[in-house]
Design a protein around this ligand. Structure first.
Ligand code: SF4
Length: 469
């Protein structure tokens, strides 16, 4: 049982309703999710409601972490779907539950169609855009336009213009960022990476004031000595260094959720070293400049090497994230991954690569691209051999798993029958992996995220003309 500080154990009394907050993956990820913690506190603050949490690795996801109460004794279950691979566990838990089931989270905002048979409602958007009472009482008012019950022709994601007050009192557990206070410094991303769904489903970009962040940190300082700075691209906060300095003044160790290579300079390195950052994680995504340009990543090899050289001798290890299966990718582009890793290794010996195939995600300009299992497997095989030759460590994705993930990400309700059996093979979903004709109607077109589809088409066509020019 995870050891945690500050959980709410609210006694259930006759007349109270029980709400299950289900994170169908490990505790480590669930406790590091500030949005879920906020919902948990808000529901427990309601007079006649008790909210308890469920994680896949605590009682196998069927009993609550607080009181070990079985899921079927709850009145309502809220599921948070962060990754397509979580669908299987979510459905296993959902099948045991007879009450009303509502699903939310990024996968729902992306495309809920493969999950249609398993939940009563899908909530699309930010819960701060409506009152939590509306959700638990199923009395849609402010959030009506963001609810999908399976019949609506159009659903509009609920957004908030300005972030609401940050959660002050937090549960401190051993989460993905370690034992720390979670500080959400911003939401949404100013960048336009073409493979990334964050730019669409968390728009607009919103940042928190330094004073608010420091106030939350200060309140939690007595309970914890580490702070995690959370945002899709935290270094884009205009006062990022000031935030770190303020946290250092409070004697915190600081860990940002990610760093962009082009934002690293000597001053930032000094601050992060003082904040006890031990390893550097960067996401070049591709080995060659040409592919990074296609991705619209906005960082160059010079940026990457500059960041690594500034951190060398100050950190113990470097992790680099890459993707394969990018549009127009050749074997020379794969060689460029190895070459870049070797260059980084000449500065920091302990280098690990994480290599995943590109998942052509809904709502991105890459949503029409194919996922070619055969070609990807050949590329991964090639990379594995080259990595061994060059003695570079790597975590390499299983292509079949990502093929299923791609199908679930851009599939339709026909996939429900496979999910119901808890078994999907790549050969079952071949049709969902093919290139999609640009003028097709897509299963997720009914979700209004506030962007125009023709803008995505334009971007896709720009990529095609760049490749063919
Ligand atoms: S990949 Fe990162 S920097 Fe690029 S749009 Fe997504 S969140 Fe922003």
């Amino acid at each position: 049982m995870p050891y945690e500080f500050n959980p709410i154990v609210k006694k259930w009394r006759r007349g109270f309703k029980r709400v299950a907050l289900v994170y169908p993956n490990k505790y480590k990820g669930g406790i590091a999710n500030i949005g879920l913690q906020k919902i948990y506190y808000e529901i427990n603050a309601l007079e006649n409601y008790v909210c308890e949490r469920f994680y896949s690795d605590v009682f196998n996801g069927f009993r609550s972490i607080e009181t070990a109460t079985p899921i079927n004794e709850f009145d309502l279950a809220l599921f948070s779907l962060q990754y397509e691979k979580d669908y299987f566990k979510a459905i296993e838990i959902a099948k045991k539950f007879k009450g009303i089931k509502i699903a939310g989270g990024p996968c729902v905002m992306e495309n809920p169609m493969p999950l249609k048979d398993f939940f009563d409602y899908f909530f699309m958007g930010e819960i701060e855009g409506c009152k939590v009472e509306e959700i638990v009482e199923l009395s849609w008012d402010d959030c009506r336009k963001g609810i999908y019950s399976g019949i609506e022709d159009k659903v509009e994601r609920i957004k908030v213009k300005k972030l609401k007050d940050h959660l002050k009192e937090q549960i401190i557990g051993d989460g993905a960022y370690g034992r720390c206070v979670l500080l959400e410094i911003g939401r949404g991303c100013i960048r336009r990476c073409r493979f990334c769904i964050v730019r669409q489903i968390y728009s607009p970009v919103r940042w928190r004031d330094v004073s608010e962040i420091v106030e939350v940190a200060e309140e939690n300082r007595k309970n914890v000595e580490k702070a995690a700075l959370i945002a899709p691209s935290p270094t884009d906060h205009s006062r990022f260094k000031e935030i770190i300095q303020s946290l250092l003044d409070l004697n915190f160790r600081v860990s940002p959720s990610s760093l962009r290579a082009d934002m690293v300079d000597r001053e930032l390195v000094e601050l992060l070293v003082k904040a006890k950052l031990e390893s550097l994680t960067l996401a070049p995504e591709a080995g060659s400049e040409r592919l990074r340009q296609i991705l619209n990543k906005g960082i160059s090899e010079e940026d990457i090497m500059n960041a690594v050289s500034l951190f060398s001798k100050k950190i113990k290890k470097v992790k680099l994230y890459f993707m394969v299966g990018l549009p127009s990718e050749s074997y020379e582009d794969l060689d460029a991954i190895i070459e870049l890793a070797k260059k980084v290794k000449s500065y920091v010996r302990n280098v690990t690569l994480s290599i995943n195939p590109l998942v052509p995600k809904p709502h991105t300009p890459f949503q029409w691209l194919p996922f070619d299992v055969k070609k990807l497997k050949a590329k991964i095989l090639y990379l594995k051999k080259e990595l061994v030759k060059s003695r570079i460590k790597a975590e390499i994705a299983d292509i079949n798993e990502f093929a299923i993930q791609t199908a679930l990400s851009r599939g339709d309700e026909k996939l429900c029958k496979f999910l119901a059996k808890q078994k999907i093979r790549v050969r079952d979903v071949g049709d969902y992996l093919k290139e999609i004709p640009i003028n097709s109607e897509l299963p997720w077109d009914f979700i209004d995220h506030g962007y125009k589809k023709r803008r995505l088409i334009r971007e896709y066509e720009e990529v095609v003309s760049f490749i063919t020019s």
